[in-house]
Write a protein that binds this ligand. Structure first.
Ligand code: GLN
Length: 180
């Protein structure tokens, strides 16, 4: 998706691969496994240090990794966004679904709809004052932004709709670059 939009993108698996990047996408998957692998491969602290200064876009399990808290309890999290997420809030794998998501990216009065693909998706149960809600689905918060950190609980890479990736590149990455 990022390459399609003209960005240079590489896969990051080891700490040194973060060097020189403008931003990072943490994809979906399984957040407890991701946390264990991050600890095993020495990626947890480098990711925290990277995300303190650079834009990060977390999708689904990636959103969970950005959170400070899960409703369920302890697991390795990056703890960067002032949000509490509830894992699997929309149900298990068999309850995966597509649904309209209300997007509010630029200003409060500007709402658009996109299709969200939800796969064992979390929702954001609680958030602090620094967090802006950018997406909702059926009354639940499914997208949040806190400065240079963006997270959604669905999978925007699984549709042809590039708006969220464009927004990440245009607003979040560009703003962070301008501020640097
Ligand atoms: N339910 C998964 C978790 O808790 C996330 C699912 C996903 O990323 N599609 O990590």
């Amino acid at each position: 998706m990022l390459r399609h939009l003209g960005a240079d993108a590489i896969e990051v698996r080891l700490p040194e691969q973060l060097n020189g990047l403008d931003g990072l996408v943490i994809p979906g998957g399984e957040s407890t496994t991701m946390g264990k692998l991050m600890d095993t491969f020495g990626l947890t602290e480098p990711l925290r240090a990277f995300a303190a200064k650079h834009p990060v876009f977390g999708t689904c399990a990636g959103l969970i990794m950005l959170a400070s808290r899960t409703a369920e309890g302890t697991q390795t999290l990056l703890g960067l966004m002032d949000i509490t997420v509830r894992r699997n809030a929309f149900g298990s794998q068999v309850h995966s679904f597509e649904a309209p998501v209300d997007l509010c990216l630029e200003n409060e009065d500007d709402h658009t709809v996109m299709t969200g693909v939800f796969i064992r998706a979390p929702w954001v149960e609680q958030h602090g004052p620094a967090v802006q809600v950018v997406a909702t689905c059926d009354g639940h918060t499914v997208g949040v932004r806190q400065g240079h950190l963006l997270g959604v609980s669905f999978h925007p890479e699984l549709t042809d709709d590039t708006r969220l990736h464009e927004y990440f590149l245009r607003e979040v990455v560009a703003e962070a670059r301008a501020a640097a």
